[in-house]
Design a protein around this ligand. Structure first.
Ligand code: NAP
Length: 460
């Protein structure tokens, strides 16, 4: 069984789900293809009615949707409500702006006239992770449906309730059958979806391992793909940083969503002169967090998404320590029921320690003390990942100079306000390729066609 709702706060089973049968698999793929043949010819205004209505339904159902998320993957209820509201904003943003983003653009050839026009390419297969169960879906549904494509979506095995709720939302908003289809499928069936000739593009958000498998499969089929993978973002504290401003962001950056965010601050790189003060205050702030029921708005530390995630994270910390890292705090599960990990800080991580390169997907901060700005940049770039990062300084011009030298897809100065409907999101290196959100996000799965008009004789 691939899909199961299990509450990580107390281990109770909410519901088991059956994998899609091969007969239903074919029915759903056929419906997505049939729907594309009509949806591709609808106007932006017609599409926008459905997508904007889905945004309204996200707002109307916010309490129920947030609760489903909290029960399935343990996100604290306030964060869950925030995610639902943000998902609605993304859908509304594309309903409003898609036509502008995809309008023909004029080119300037030496002879004649030319323009680029955009058209949908077909059924897109999306594979999504559990850590943002609705935001990830809004990030693909808003742009790609507005572009005129149809979607078949495989969500993560631990959030089937969220996956089904999002599909229902679109159907209730008036989506024709086949426009957005949730598939409760295995990895083997996922491979078959990628191989299917009706599928024209593949989008994954997930781990590097999933990216390697899914991108290879898409590549073998010569299908366009976008990969939003892991990260190990640097949080660079320069010698002139304002710690009163920086410390709360450090805590938020590492602990939001219980640390299970691709672009979370994971490597804290602090210039020598501030290192002791930063570490003392960061540790004190993490020690103040209290584990509790994620449905209780007063809880400041939620569980991890699953028992398996907790076991894996604790094992990763053990390996780091076995290779010489120093445990400043935490390092083990909290002695209480549920998948709770103690907030953890690791220091003295040598370059040959696996912890130096690996992603910690949970409340584990890696702390590095460096001599100066140049050393901070060099360490930030000594990573297989390249998703995001941040710089903390009172001198914004200096912050921008440092940001330009860090090799990632996104950099933030004196904030880590990661994601906005308007701003492209994505990385380089092992963090993947392609962008979601903003104008760039909607261009990912459209045919950019050149049309040239010129009345000239054929060359002799
Ligand atoms: P994961 O194990 O890769 O799972 C992500 C999705 O991929 C799930 O739906 C999973 O299905 C599916 N999947 C994994 N291997 C597959 C395969 N071989 N064939 C078909 N489907 C496959 O990742 P995760 O642990 O759930 O999520 C955390 C990772 O995602 C972290 O590395 C995080 O940094 C990254 N992430 C990146 C972004 C971004 O925008 N860059 C955003 C969020 C998360 P099952 O659940 O059924 O295995």
């Amino acid at each position: 069984m691939t899909y199961q709702s299990l509450n990580p706060f107390d281990g109770t089973l909410i519901e088991n789900f059956t994998d899609l049968s091969d007969v239903d698999f074919e029915v759903k793929l056929a419906a997505a293809q049939t729907c594309f043949e009509t949806w591709r010819h609808t106007s932006y205004a017609e599409r926008a009615v459905i997508i904007a209505r889905a945004a309204d339904l996200l707002d109307e159902r916010a309490d129920e949707l947030a609760r489903t998320m909290t029960l399935e993957m343990g996100k604290r209820i306030g964060e869950a409500r925030g995610e639902v509201a943000f998902s609605a904003r993304i859908m509304r943003y594309y309903a409003k702006n898609a036509e502008r983003f995809l309008a023909p653009t004029k080119l300037d050839p030496t002879v004649g006239e030319a323009h680029m026009e955009s058209s949908p390419i077909g059924v897109i297969f999306c594979v999504e992770p559990w850590n943002f169960p609705y935001y990830q879906l809004a990030r693909i549904a808003g742009p790609h449906l507005m572009a005129g494509n149809t979607l078949v979506v495989k969500h993560a095995g631990i959030v089937p309730g969220c996956a089904i709720a999002f599909e229902k939302l679109l159907l209730d908003a008036g989506a024709p059958v086949g426009l957005y289809t949730n598939l409760l499928i295995t990895h083997e069936q996922s491979d078959r979806v990628i191989d299917d000739p009706r599928i024209k593009g593949v989008a994954l958000t997930g781990s590097v391992a999933a990216g390697q498998s899914i991108a290879a499969r898409a590549g073998r089929n010569l299908k366009i793909s976008s990969m939003e993978l892991g990260g190990s973002d640097a949080f660079i504290v320069l010698d002139d940083a304002d710690l009163d401003h920086t410390i709360p962001w450090a805590v938020w950056g590492r602990m939001y969503n219980t640390g299970q965010t691709c672009c979370a601050a994971k490597r804290f790189i602090v210039v020598e002169s501030l290192a002791d003060a930063f570490l003392t205050r960061f540790q004190a702030a993490l020690e103040a967090l209290r584990a509790g029921d994620p449905l209780d708005a007063a809880t400041t530390l939620g569980p991890l998404s699953s028992e398996a995630a907790l076991v894996q994270l604790v094992a990763q910390v053990d390996v780091a320590v076995a290779h010489g890292a120093r445990l400043v705090m935490g390092g083990k599960r909290i002695d209480r029921p549920g998948a709770f990990m103690a907030p953890t800080i690791l220091a003295d991580i040598a370059p040959d320690n696996p912890a130096f390169r690996d992603e910690f997907f949970g409340p584990v901060a890696s702390f590095y003390r460096v001599k100066d700005e140049a050393a901070a940049i060099a360490l930030a770039n000594d990573s297989d990942f390249g998703l995001g990062g941040s710089v903390w300084t009172k001198d914004v011009a200096r912050g921008r100079r440092v940001a330009s030298k860090v090799e990632t897809g996104m950099m933030f100065i004196n904030n880590i306000d990661w994601s906005d409907a308007e701003l492209p999101f994505g990385g380089i290196k092992n963090s993947g390729y392609g962008r979601e959100l903003g104008d760039m996000g909607i261009q990912q799965f459209v045919n950019k066609k050149l049309v040239r008009t010129a009345s000239m004789p054929a060359p002799a």
